[in-house]
Design a protein around this ligand. Structure first.
Ligand SMILES: [Zn+2]
Length: 456
């Protein structure tokens, strides 16, 4: 595993951020700098906890991460989650103030509780652009419920505030499944993060101790945004290398790479769709201009509905085009038996190509011949792998049941359904009379094993 990722996910929780007493500016204590920063800490810095007046100092050494500490008894909660949360917030405010465009305002909101002890929903950090456009930063170190997130997200959406969710680094762990196919190590993420990811809402992982942010991806090559799977790939960037974005909050170099890859991919997909649409149009144009269509229109005034059918990748023609060619040249009003050579010759005569392997062509044409057989226009004989087709001389008028305007196939299907129902009723009656007969008889098996029903 990448040592950078290991350091990022380390659950080091010592306090490394403090605030200047005079203007509240965030101050970071780099590792190994405890001695250099001790005087500053004692004289000018305070703990980031709101309202904490405890004097602080720095502590170093060779074995542990250099950090700030309270010099007297602490009067506020000091669990690692809330300290990491405050540190991340201080770091983000500090970073945002140095990155936002001129005229923008960075506000830090304190997590306040209402009279019932509930957390009032206010963003941790709120950036308001010169034009009034707003983006919030929300840091999540505690085990927040998905419902809680949804409610807060709804409030932000209604207020027209974009939001970047920053998942605390201690909420992410290395997956025990080991290396992914790309050689990157997947990480496990909590359900809340998955819900945010599935909603396609901006989400990063934050670590205030290392001053880094992590970007999640569904692909080990970091070419796709994370979509909320229960695992993810994580790449770490220094916050100093990130850019402010009025919609996404923070754009990490990794996110830039992902967005660029996604843009190329969607361009490719659009080009493919365009090519496919052009190819379809080309086939449609060929059908509209075809002699067989003109012939059908001249003789019947319309293209019969039983010639319509889906396009197939096997025959390079509009679905109705090849069906019409086979119908007019081989079936309509004819009785001459035909087989695959005639089918191929007909398609060739109409300039319609097909996939190289004939088995696909035969399979596709057989499906349509099955339809014509059900319509009574031909009989289909099959001997082993060889098929031949014997047209009945049917015309368009005979195939389409003109009387009720009902499609012949539907008539056949209804007749078959009625026949099946009659047969079922007959079976039912036979079974009932059999039961009745058994009630009045008994089974006798003689010495030779012959079974006989005799009257009781
Ligand atoms: Zn404090």
């Amino acid at each position: 595993m990448h040592p950078r990722l290991a350091a990022f996910l380390d659950d080091e929780s010592r306090q490394v951020w403090a605030l200047r007493r005079d203007d509240g500016t965030a101050v970071y204590l780099p590792d190994g700098m405890a001695d250099e920063m001790r005087a500053l800490a004692r004289e000018h810095l305070r703990c980031p906890y709101p309202g904490c007046v405890c004097p602080i100092s720095t502590r170093g050494g060779t074995k542990r991460r250099h950090h700030f500490f309270h010099r007297t008894t602490v009067s506020h909660p000091t669990e690692p989650e809330s300290e990491a949360h405050l540190a991340a917030k201080a770091m983000l405010v500090d970073w945002a103030r140095s990155r936002v465009p001129a005229g923008a305002d960075v506000e830090e909101e304190q997590s306040l509780k209402d009279d019932d002890g509930r957390l009032i929903r206010r963003p941790d950090v709120l950036v308001t652009g010169a034009s009034g456009r707003r983006v919030a930063f929300e840091v999540e170190y505690k085990n927040w419920s998905v419902e809680g997130w949804k409610a807060k997200q709804r409030d932000l959406d209604q207020a027209g505030v974009a939001c970047l969710w920053l998942l605390g680094h201690t909420r992410v762990s290395l997956s025990r499944d080991g290396l992914g196919r790309s050689g990157e190590t997947p990480v496990r993420v909590p359900g809340l993060a998955s819900a945010i990811g599935r909603a396609n809402t901006p989400l990063l992982v934050v670590n205030p101790v290392t001053r880094q942010v992590g970007t999640l991806s569904s692909s080990g090559s970091f070419t796709r945004r994370w979509r909320g799977e229960f695992w993810a790939y994580l790449r770490v960037d220094d916050l100093d290398d990130c850019a402010f974005d009025p919609r996404l909050g923070i754009r990490t170099p990794t996110l830039d790479q992902i967005l660029a890859a996604e843009a190329i991919e969607s361009q490719k997909e659009a080009a493919t769709r365009q090519r496919q649409a052009e190819a379809r149009q080309h086939l449609e144009d060929a059908w509209q201009a075809s002699a067989v269509r003109a012939d059908l229109l001249a003789r019947h005034g319309a293209v019969p509905s039983f010639l319509e059918g889906p396009d197939t990748s096997v025959i390079r023609a509009a679905g109705v085009h090849w069906r019409a060619a086979l119908w007019v040249d081989l079936v309509e009003g004819r009785t001459a038996v035909f087989a695959w050579p005639e089918v191929e010759a007909t398609l060739r005569r109409h300039g319609l190509g097909w996939a190289r392997d004939r088995r696909f062509l035969y399979g596709t044409v057989e499906q349509y011949m099955g339809v014509l057989a059900r319509l009574g226009a031909l009989r289909w004989y099959r001997k082993g792998y060889r098929s031949h087709f014997s047209p009945t001389g049917a015309t368009v008028g005979q195939v389409i049941d003109g009387q009720a305007g009902e499609h012949r196939a539907a008539v056949i299907a209804r007749e078959q359904q009625e026949k099946a129902e009659r047969e079922a009723a007959a079976r039912e009656a036979a079974y009932a009379s059999d039961l009745e007969a058994r009630r009045r008889t008994r089974l006798v098996i003689d010495e030779g094993g012959t079974r006989r029903w005799v009257p009781k």
